[in-house]
Design a protein around this ligand. Structure first.
Ligand code: SF4
Length: 118
C-alpha cells in the first residue's frame, strides 16, 4: 500500500509579498516608500513571516507565532491608521500618506504604539 504523501505548504515568494504590499497601498490610498532597497528588504521579511507563521505579520516587530496574539500586527496593522494621521507614515515607514510622500522626506523612527505587555 502506498504511503499517503504529505501535502507541501505553498511557499510565499518575495514577488507575492511585493504584490501584497502594493495591493494594501492601493486599497488604502497610500503611497509606498520610494526607496526600492527598503521595499526589497521589507518584502523579504513579509515573505519570511508568511512562510513561518502563515500570515503577513509586520516585518518590523517580533511576532509571537500565534495568530490570535499577533492579529494586531498583521499588515496593515492596528496601529498604522493613527500613525499615518500623526506622522504621515506607518511604524515601518513602508506606507506613506500622499502629503508625506509629496515632501520627499524619508520616514523617520516613530514611537511604538503597540502596548508592550502584548
Ligand atoms: S507598521 Fe506598516 S508595514 Fe508594519 S504592519 Fe503596520 S502597516 Fe504593515
Amino acid at each position: 500500500m502506498e504511503k499517503p504523501t504529505k501535502q507541501k505548504k505553498p511557499v510565499t515568494t518575495k514577488e507575492q509579498a511585493r504584490k501584497f504590499v502594493k495591493m494594501v497601498a492601493k486599497k488604502q490610498g497610500w503611497h509606498l516608500n520610494p526607496d526600492t532597497q527598503f521595499i526589497d528588504d521589507l518584502t523579504e521579511g513579509f515573505a519570511t513571516n508568511r512562510n513561518r507563521f502563515g500570515y503577513y505579520s509586520c516585518p518590523c516587530r517580533d511576532a509571537d507565532g500565534e495568530k490570535a496574539l499577533d492579529k494586531d500586527i498583521i499588515c496593515p496593522c492596528d496601529y498604522c491608521k493613527p500613525d499615518m494621521e500623526e506622522f504621515g507614515h506607518c511604524y515601518c515607514g513602508l506606507y506613506l500618506t500622499e502629503e508625506f510622500a509629496a515632501t520627499r522626506k524619508a520616514p523617520g523612527g516613530i514611537p511604538e504604539r503597540r502596548p508592550f505587555e502584548l
